[in-house]
Every structure is written in structure tokens, then in C-alpha cells.
Write a protein that binds this ligand. Structure first.
Ligand code: DLL
Length: 447
């Protein structure tokens, strides 16, 4: 399908994104100044920070420049659980104008909060992200991230409004209606998880709607890991430019960073979120270029400052400057979390490796699930993958050949032989939000 990139009203430099282009020294000055304020706010108002800093003998006055940040202790998800619901707030509840929450896999959600000013900062961060993706006034932005406690919907909503674009606040789900509105309202940009957009593509086909005829040209996709193979699939089947956007509730929601039109890493909005990469085991900071755990510090968030928050997301900082001219450093796309890894027969495997392996084989679709089981103490990995209708109607030997290719592709990447189950299109459960890629039944082994 032809790329609609040509019609992109890319505003590579405009007043909206001016902070993206700050000279390095100016950026550092701003970061240091903001850090001092945040550390002092946190120390004086949040028990956790005071206790942790006192324990290592660091006072707010010791943190003078951004380089001093590494003297500060880390924070992590369990802290948000331990201080549930409001124990990490640094301002009185009467100054908190909104809360969001992210559901964990177990137990209570984690709660995050915003002052009025925090919301303005978040909206401007999202506005800058959307501008980096070439959106502006005149664009019609369909927000299909979920609205509610999840940050995706409202984050994208206010960002697009602040940009001056027209917002269609559909939220997730009702895919037929999404497509009808997309066509009837002339949507030019869609915001949702990449897996949900892939579902929209197949639904459109079913309904006889052709993306060629729609003005849609940009997708702002995030909230879950996805691969370059997925981007190519989206480009081929919908003809749009897909931008990877990153964020997490604890830090702000969507808007910590986004790709520019070069699609070569995500620029982190470093004037608002300070980025470090550390060794996931030791916590030692790693130099630019080395892969490790992303640690973020909010430099401009007052209701609930997060200092050196361990995201568990694995990436590296790209040392080279970007040809788009932004001075904001880039991180490589987040392919995995340190905690979404599963170990099978002693080998560490990440779901994104399986996605890369699958999508490199012609005839597969980006709908898959990894089912782990244990039989008589031995771990097994089954990869269920949808294949195109034509492939499914192929001869037995044709299907066998495909199964063999997939199995080889997986083995080449992860060094494990998986059982491959080829299934018809529309078999794997579709998600309207984050896709569930791994089903781990190993505890069900009958002893
Ligand atoms: O997913 C916020 C968000 C909404 C980001 C919409 C982008 C778009 P949480 O539900 O708290 O917040 O989940 C955060 O999702 O730590 C990553 O593991 C993962 N994640 C988010 N964006 C990406 C991405 C939102 N672009 C967690 N690539 C993060 C890979 C992502 N993983």
C-alpha cells in the first residue's frame, strides 16, 4: 500500500516543540534547577524520600546539579504499593486535581496524582510528542486508548487538544464504530495500542473499508512492546506512518518520549524526565550505548514526584545526535521489560523475540500467543500463530513447510525449539488495549 507520508504536515521546528531544541548547556541548567526543587519538595513532604535520604546521609542541599542525581536512592513499583493509596503525594489532597491508577497483575492498583500544573505539563509533553509525529492544528485525532484510570486516553486527549487538533474521544473497543467514525469524520491520526490497530486493519478488511481511501496518515502507538516487523506490517496494510510513543503511569502516563520522523529511537523529553540507564542487577549507571534498565526522574511533577524510578524497561541511550536537530537524547525502542522475561529450559526468552521471529516469515499475521506448560517436569513452549487465509487453505505440505520455517526462525533467535500451532485468522483473542502475549500454565503441571 502506498505511503501517505508525502501529505504529512511535519512541523520539524515550530514554537510548540522549541524545548526539544535547547542547547545542551541550557538543558543541563534547567534540569539541575528543576531537580533541586523536586528533591527538596520530596524530602520535605514525602516520608519515603526523607527516610531513604536520611539513611544514606544525603540532604536536599547536597543535590546541586543533575550529576548529583546518582547520589539519590532509587524508587520502585513496590514503593507505590507499600504507600497505597496516597502515601507518596507531596502536596495536600486539596491541590490534587486528578488521580490515575494502573492495575497490577495482582492485588491493589498503583495510584498516581497530578496538580493542575502537572496536568498542564503533561498536556504540553503530549503536545510536543504529537508535533514530533507531524501533527498540528487541522489534524483530526481519534483517541482509541482507553479513557478512565488508564492514562492513555486522557493523556492523548489533552495533548491533542492543546496542540489545537480536533479530538474524537472514542476510547477503546467497538471496532466497527471506530472504523465508521474514522471514515465519516476524516480521521488523520489514530492513538491506540499497536496490537489494537492491527485488529482494526483486519476488521476494516472484513467491512470492505480500504485504508487507501481514508485520510488516516499517522498512528501514535504505544503502551506495549512492538517490533519493527509490526511497523512494516502496519505500513504495508494501512499505508500510515507509525510512531512509537512511550510512557508509564508512575512517571506521567504517555508522553515521556516519542520517535521523530526518522523512526530511529525515541526522543525523551529530557527537560521534564531525566533519563538514566543502570545495570538491572547492581543498579550501577551505565554509559550511553549500553543496554540496561531505564530509570526515570520527573523534573516537573509536583503532586507525586518520582526520583530515580526503576521502570524495569530495558533499553539503551543512542549516543549519536539525531539528524532531526532535536537535542533530546534518544532511547532504543523498548522491546522488553526485565520482568516479562520467561525462562524456558534454562534459556531466557522475551515475547518480542518471538514476535520478531514470527514476522520475518511470510504468511504469518501479527496475532500470536505463547503458551508455556510443564509436562513431567519439562518446560514446553507452544507458539500459536495466525496465518493468512491463503496459507491456511494451502496443502498440508505447504502448511508443514510454513511450520518448519517458523520453528527454524524461532530457534535461530532464542535457541529453543517451540511447538508451533498454526491457526486460522481470527482465532487468537483480540485485545482493545495491551495484548496478552504469554499464558504461563506451568504451575498447572500435575505432580
Ligand atoms: O502504558 C502509558 C502509555 C499509554 C504509554 C499510551 C504509551 C501510550 P502503564 O499502563 O503504566 O502506562 O504501563 C507502562 O507499558 O513501563 C512499558 O513496560 C510499557 N510501555 C509503554 N509504552 C511502551 C512502548 C502506559 N512504546 C508500561 N514500547 C511501561 C514498549 C511500552 N513498552
Amino acid at each position: 500500500m502506498s505511503d501517505k507520508k508525502e501529505s504529512c504536515n511535519c512541523l520539524e521546528f515550530n514554537p510548540v516543540s522549541a524545548p526539544d531544541y535547547l542547547p545542551k548547556e541550557q538543558l543541563r541548567g534547567l534540569q539541575s534547577q528543576r531537580l533541586r526543587k523536586i528533591v527538596s519538595l520530596a524530602y520535605n513532604n514525602v516520608q519515603l524520600y526523607k527516610e531513604r535520604m536520611d539513611a544514606i546521609g544525603v540532604k536536599p542541599e547536597d543535590i546541586k546539579t543533575i550529576d548529583d542525581l546518582r547520589r539519590m536512592p532509587f524508587t520502585q513499583k513496590t514503593d507505590l504499593r507499600d504507600y497505597y493509596p496516597f502515601g507518596l503525594f507531596a502536596v495536600p489532597m486539596s491541590d490534587v486535581v486528578r488521580v490515575h491508577a494502573s492495575s497490577g497483575t495482582t492485588g491493589k492498583p498503583i495510584v498516581v496524582s497530578y496538580t493542575k500544573e502537572d496536568l498542564n505539563v503533561w498536556s504540553s509533553a503530549m503536545m510536543r510528542c504529537m508535533a514530533a509525529a507531524g501533527l498540528g492544528k487541522g489534524d483530526i485525532v481519534q483517541v482509541a486508548y482507553g479513557y478512565g484510570l488508564f492514562t492513555g486516553g486522557l493523556g492523548a486527549h489533552y495533548g491533542a487538544e492543546t496542540l489545537g487538533a480536533t479530538v474524537i474521544p472514542v476510547s477503546g473497543g467497538h471496532t466497527d464504530r471506530q472504523l465508521m467514525l474514522m471514515r465519516d469524520f476524516g480521521t488523520t491520526a489514530i492513538c491506540c495500542t499497536p496490537s489494537y490497530f492491527v485488529h482494526m486493519i483486519e476488521k476494516a478488511e472484513e467491512l470492505g473499508i480500504s485504508f487507501e481511501e481514508l485520510p488516516l496518515r499517522v498512528g501514535i502507538f504505544g503502551a506495549e512492546p512492538w517490533t519493527e516487523g509490526m511497523r512494516q506490517y502496519i505500513k504495508r496494510n494501512a499505508g500510515i506512518q507509525a510512531f512509537d510513543i512511550y510512557g508509564l503511569s508512575e512517571i506521567v502516563g504517555p508522553g515521556c518520549g516519542i520517535e521523530c520522523v526518522n523512526h530511529d529511537g525515541l526522543h525523551i523529553l529530557e527537560d521534564l524526565f531525566y533519563v538514566e540507564i543502570v545495570n538491572p542487577e547492581t543498579g550501577e549507571p551505565l554509559p550511553d550505548g549500553e543496554e540496561g534498565e531505564l530509570v526515570l526522574t520527573t523534573l516537573s511533577k509536583y503532586a507525586m514526584p518520582m526520583i530515580r524510578y526503576r521502570t524495569h524497561d530495558i533499553t539503551s541511550i543512542i549516543p549519536e545526535p539525531c539528524s532531526c536537530g532535536r537535542t533530546l537524547r534518544r532511547i532504543r525502542r523498548i522491546g522488553r521489560r526485565s520482568d516479562d522475561m520467561f525462562i524456558i529450559r534454562g534459556v531466557n526468552v522475551f515475547p518480542s523475540q518471538i514476535e520478531t521471529a514470527l514476522l520475518s516469515v511470510e504468511g504469518t499475521l501479527p496475532h500470536y500467543q505463547i503458551v508455556l506448560s510443564r509436562h513431567q517436569g519439562l518446560d514446553e513452549m507452544e507458539v500459536q500463530v495466525e496465518i493468512t487465509g491463503e496459507m491456511f487453505a494451502d496443502t498440508i505440505s505447504g502448511m508443514e513447510e510454513l511450520r518448519r520455517k517458523i520453528s527454524y526462525s524461532i530457534e535461530r533467535i532464542v535457541n529453543i525449539r517451540a511447538k508451533i500451532m498454526l491457526v486460522e485468522p481470527n482465532t487468537i483473542v483480540r485485545s482493545e488495549g495491551k495484548a496478552k502475549r504469554v499464558v504461563d500454565n506451568r504451575q498447572d503441571d500435575v505432580k
